[in-house]
Write a protein of this length. Structure first.
Length: 110
């Protein structure tokens, strides 16, 4: 559960074809939602699914947010960046409250 109730900026890292990005758009309708994935094919599918959302092709470990993020969601983080992982820039000016990061792989042993 993501505690931020009214985020302005939400990013889906490793968004795939946009299935969960679509849920983030529905959950946070006032937010600017974006997604990124290393697969051009997945981004193409995501753009078809959600043409009004900004999607980009990038590897998760190279991602540097252009603006401050309120919510960062990474459902399949281990699939797109296996092994130890951290954001390229852990700057608190760019990433909001760390409790607003969602990673379904947290606590799993890889």
């Amino acid at each position: 559960m993501v505690p931020n109730q009214d985020p302005a900026k939400v990013t889906d890292l490793g968004c795939g074809p946009g299935n969960l990005t679509e849920l983030l758009v529905a959950r946070f309708p006032a937010a600017t939602v974006s997604g990124m994935d290393p697969s051009p094919q997945m981004i193409e599918a995501a753009r078809k699914r959600l043409p009004s959302i900004d999607f980009s092709v990038s590897r998760i470990e190279r991602w540097v947010p252009a603006k401050r993020q309120d919510v960062i969601f990474a459902k399949c983080r281990s699939a797109v960046a296996p092994g130890p992982w951290q954001l390229a820039t852990p700057s608190p000016q760019r990433i909001g409250n760390e409790r607003n990061a969602g990673d379904s792989n947290a606590g799993q042993f890889e």
